[in-house]
Design a protein around this ligand. Structure first.
Ligand code: ZN
Length: 193
């Protein structure tokens, strides 16, 4: 398992709801937390690790010792957005790129946890922001899709570098062709959605 970088096609494709929670899924979630901590992240969504599922993990403290703050969200649904706040965001799929993003300040979350139980709560502050950022990944949306036109101009060169790097990796054969990637994702979907 590794973190895909923009503009990998898996990142731009909507994910599918999971049909069940089982030991294999729990293992995937464990690996996602591990990878997230390795990269000093506070959230990681399944499409970022080439899995086409509606699943993401969060630890807003970023501290692997803070087990109480670890959340896995399965088939999340966000509702009742309230307020508006602009804060700087980053993304493990766009390393070293940071930009201000405006989002609702509070949000209601319904999801399933790793025990397969329905959970529901209101989130605010950093947790609300991380949940919205990760949930966007499940719809193939990245935070650069939500920044202002002027900010987009500021990061234009950095985005171009990511696209060139992607093209280079594709030419060396490290990243397969789109058709191959989509075929693999369709197989994964068949297994668990
Ligand atoms: Zn992200």
């Amino acid at each position: 398992m590794r973190v895909l970088h923009y503009p990998h096609p898996t990142l731009l494709r909507p994910a599918k709801p999971l049909a069940r929670v089982d030991a294999e899924l729990r293992k995937m979630v464990g690996e996602m937390f591990e990878l997230m901590y390795q990269h000093d992240g506070i959230g990681l969504a399944a499409p970022q690790v080439d899995l086409p599922y509606r699943l993401f993990v969060v630890n807003a403290s970023g501290d692997p010792k803070e087990k109480d703050l670890e959340y896995a969200f399965i088939n999340p649904v966000l509702s009742k957005p309230k307020g508006s706040e602009e804060k700087e965001e980053g993304c493990l799929s766009l390393p070293k790129l940071y930009a201000p993003v405006r989002r609702p300040a509070t949000i209601h979350v319904s999801a399933y946890n790793m025990a397969g139980q329905a959970v529901e709560f209101d989130a605010d502050g950093l947790l609300a922001r991380v949940i919205q950022h990760e949930n966007d990944h499940l719809d193939g949306v990245m935070f650069i899709d939500r920044i202002s036109q002027t900010t987009l101009m500021d990061v234009r060169d950095e985005l171009e570098n990511f696209r060139e790097e992607f093209q280079h990796r594709r030419e060396t054969g490290e990243i397969p062709a789109d058709a191959k990637i989509f075929e693999h994702l369709a197989q994964l979907e068949k297994l668990r959605t």
